[in-house]
Design a protein around this ligand. Sequence first.
Ligand code: CP
Length: 316
Amino acid sequence: MNGNLQLNADGSLRHLLTLDGLPARILTQILDTAESFISVAEREVKKVPLLRGKAIFNLFFEPSTRTRTTFEIAAKRLSADVVNLNIATSAQSKGETLLDTVANLSAMQADMFVVRHASSGAAHLIARHVEPHIHVVNAGDGRCAHPTQGLLDMFTIRQHKGAFHNLRVAIVGDLLHSRVARSQIHALTTLGCPEVRIVAPRTLLPRDVDHLGVHVHYRMDTGIKDCDVVIMLRLQNERMQGALLPSPQEYFKYWGLTPDKLRHARPDAIVMHPGPMNRGVEIDSDVADGKHSVILNQVTYGIAVRMAVMSLLAGG
Ligand code: CP
């Protein structure tokens, strides 16, 4: 989907909007580039000059802790000038359209927009309207995609497990509303993971589940059995319409990851979660803070992965 909008004629990355349709060559290039940026954090001056003089605008129309902050840190480590538009006090509240806001910021010599929006397709819309030298990164749109989260999750898996070709990965929970899960599934299948399972109650499965190339499980014990990686998803109450679940307590009983349930996975399994976590709903604190958890590593790797994406887009 939108492969041509994302790639230049020479096959290099122009925008990052979705992982759906992006070739393994590009995904691997991003992961390899991110690896080269890990050491920047260990320097006394945590900076490289790759984006010096470039202006990056963070446009977050939905709340965010991890994504917005790590994009800002990543841009600063690349020496870019970063502007965080405060949506609440912007002219959006006076009725300015999304494209008018973008046109005005483009007139301030923007080089890149990092966009989070509740509406699926918002970043694609912007990418179709910006001038050729401006790059757009989707930082999460509706239920559609969260490509840099998917990439930082792949980076985390690669750091801990080495490769994808021999892994069994389970993605557990609210797949119906999850843009993160879609990006993870596209990345895992493109990178050669032989068994991607989704584990969820029937009410939280997307309608197009049969087309995603995954194995569907309706029970936690069989769903995560012998898995190398268990990815827990947040229950996205803000996107739920109607009663899809009995209660948070009952959800935790059947679908929450506890130390007992985790015993079904491989002894060396890693546990991941994109955050924010609902402790006691989809994950028990003993697991979230336990020895299998790499949840905070995901956050740290997000900086290097976002540095990689921004430098590949605008650093050439
Ligand atoms: N994982 C993630 O997107 O978290 P934030 O909403 O805090 O950015």
